[in-house]
Each structure stands twice: as C-alpha cells, then as structure tokens.
Design a binder for this molecule. Structure first.
Ligand code: AMP
Ligand code: ZN
Length: 113
C-alpha cells in the first residue's frame, strides 16, 4: 500500500469527497477548506512536487488546469473569480508530497493564510 495520502485517495483506500475523475486526474474537496469552494486537483500519476516534474509531464499539468477551469465553471465561481495555488516545498507550506493544485473560490480576498 502506498504511503502517499493522495495515492491512497486515488486508489480508493481513503474516502474523499470526489467531484471529478477521469483516467489521468482526480479532484476532491479539501478536508480543511480555506474558502467556500476549496478543491484539490491532482494527477493520478505520483509526482512528489513541482521539483520532481519531468519534461514529459508538461501536458499533464496543462490538462490539470483545463480541469480546474471546468470545475470553477461547474461550481459557479468562474464569473466571480478564483485562485489556483501550487505549493512547492517546505517554505511554501507543502505538506502533501503528491503534486496538487488548490482551487479557491466563493469569496473575495482568497488566500491560504
Ligand atoms: P499543501 O499544503 O499544498 O500540501 O496542501 C495539502 C492540502 O491537503 C491541505 O489543504 C489539507 O487540508 C488537504 N488534505 C489533507 N488531508 C486531506 C484529506 N484526507 N482529504 C482532503 N484533503 C486533505
Ligand atoms: Zn502520491
């Protein structure tokens, strides 16, 4: 069994409030939301952080952003605006080392502080 939390969510070993899934991508609600809408969008491929990204992963990250955009539309925040955040490493506060975008929306002044 993987020691990676998000790999375990992807495998279905740990429950999550999933809102989108395809062959390459999973999106689920953050367990500790920092905004009315706080979704995490992850590749199913385990990539620990942006520092571990390989050249061939570039289309996958682009795909994640298309999914983020579509989720923002479906969740009704596209018109009001939203923020996407990718924390990389200790000083950025990355705690789960499986690359993920945060999608935050639904209120003004969105941040993770
Ligand atoms: P980061 O600081 O960028 O690594 O963000 C990790 C995020 O994962 C945090 O916002 C956590 O609230 C979130 N998180 C941790 N465990 C879970 C879980 N089991 N299900 C959903 N989100 C989680
Ligand atoms: Zn993983």
């Amino acid at each position: 069994m993987s020691e990676c939390l998000f790999c375990r969510i992807i495998a279905g070993d740990i429950p999550a409030d999933k809102i989108y899934e395809d062959e390459e991508v999973l999106a689920f609600k953050d367990i500790a939301p920092k905004a009315p809408l706080h979704v995490l969008v992850v590749p199913k491929k385990h990539i620990a952080s942006l520092e571990d990204l390989e050249e061939g992963d570039a289309p996958l990250l682009g795909r994640l952003q298309v999914v983020l955009r579509d989720i923002a539309r479906e969740q009704g925040v596209a018109a009001s605006g939203y923020r996407i955040i990718l924390n990389c490493g200790k000083d950025a506060g990355q705690v789960v080392f499986h690359i993920h975008y945060h999608l935050l929306g639904g209120s003004p002044g969105l941040n993770l502080d």
